[in-house]
Design a protein around this ligand. Structure first.
Ligand code: GLV
Ligand code: GLV
Length: 329
């Protein structure tokens, strides 16, 4: 069976080798992404493809790939894949959950601490040679220990944030479409609140929802206006969960104290004015980007592909509703 790998340098030693042991693997020879035209050409006869989060897997692409049985997305988020279109055509879609949880929470936590304690701004100051005298009143920063964390979306990564917050003696509020089971709430020491309460009470609002119609622009001008003026927004989920233009306005007018972002509405472009602000930290979508995590993502991508193309149900199938009508290998 034929498998397409659109991006040659996907990390994880196991990925291309692992697929190569089982399938006829076609790898993009260039170190760039495939152009859309190339992608539409290369996908026509493949049984499976590995997709990256910056590639759009939509009806147009699925329609030119009549043999395609599975798309293994190399990410936990799969908003780049039109899952309904895949399901309608009998195509399975898989992702890489669990293995990215800790790395993503670690990074969101790093962003939280860095923005609260002005790590990036003061690094720039120190290396610029402007530091002449130690002054106790300079760069007075926010507190972290003992403050209130608001977690939007208590899934795997949201729960990992709550675990970290315990070490900082934080009060942890969360909102979600429904409350978590009491056992989870008790273990994590978290309290379910509505979004309004979370926005009004949190010193740090951190986003851990998937991107979908219900979460698009969840953090808009109205939401930002409810936050404390001393509060910070952390986003390591998906860019379009935040109305980036509204965020620029809120940061510029100091409506909120700051933000730290790993993701953007139109990656890799930034909303106008964002990069000029000094109360925001901007990093280039690195949530899952740790060595061990990338290796594990490769391993489970191979596992999902192998099981899907041998007729089984892959462990990380995101559209189980496809099963009765799936294209069989
Ligand atoms: C990264 O953004 C992921 O979804 O894994
Ligand atoms: C700070 O360096 C302190 O000693 O308090």
């Amino acid at each position: 069976m034929k498998v397409l790998v659109t991006y040659r340098d996907i990390p994880g030693k196991g990925l291309i080798d692992g697929l190569g042991q089982r399938f006829d693997v076609r790898v993009n020879p260039s170190s760039d992404y495939m152009s859309r035209e190339q992608l539409l050409r290369e996908v026509v006869d493949v049984d499976g493809m590995v997709s990256l989060l910056s590639e759009r897997i939509d009806a147009e692409l699925l329609d030119v790939a009549p043999a395609l049985k599975v798309v293994t997305n190399y990410a936990v988020g799969y908003n780049n894949v039109d899952v309904a279109a895949a399901t309608a055509r009998g195509v399975m879609v898989t992702n890489t959950p669990d293995v990215v949880t800790d790395a993503t929470a670690d990074l969101a936590w790093a962003l939280l601490m860095a923005v609260a304690r002005d790590v990036v701004v003061t690094d720039r100051y120190t290396r610029s040679g402007k530091w002449k005298l130690w002054r106790p009143e300079a760069f007075m920063a926010a507190d972290i220990t003992g403050t209130t964390l608001g977690i939007v979306g208590l899934g795997r990564i949201g729960q990992a944030m709550a675990k970290r917050a315990a070490g900082f003696d934080m009060r942890v509020l969360y909102s979600d479409v429904s409350p978590a089971p009491t056992a989870i709430e008790q273990r994590l020491g978290v309290t379910f609140v509505d979004m309004d309460t979370l926005l009004r009470e949190a010193d740090f609002v951190t986003l851990h929802v998937a991107l979908n119609d219900a979460t698009y622009h969840l953090i808009d001008e109205t939401a930002l206006s409810k936050m404390k003026s001393s509060a910070y927004l952390i986003n390591a989920s998906r860019g379009p969960v935040v109305d980036e233009r509204a965020l620029v306005n809120a940061l510029r007018s100091r409506r909120i104290a700051g933000a730290a972002l790993d993701v953007y509405e139109n990656e890799p472009r930034l909303a106008e004015g964002l990069a000029e602000l000094d109360n925001v930290i901007l990093i280039p979508h690195l949530g899952a980007n740790s060595r061990r995590t990338r290796e594990r993502m490769a391993v489970i991508t191979v596992e999902n592909m192998t099981i899907a193309l041998s007729g089984g149900v892959p462990p990380n199938l995101v559209n189980p509703e496809v099963l009765p009508n799936r294209r069989v290998p």
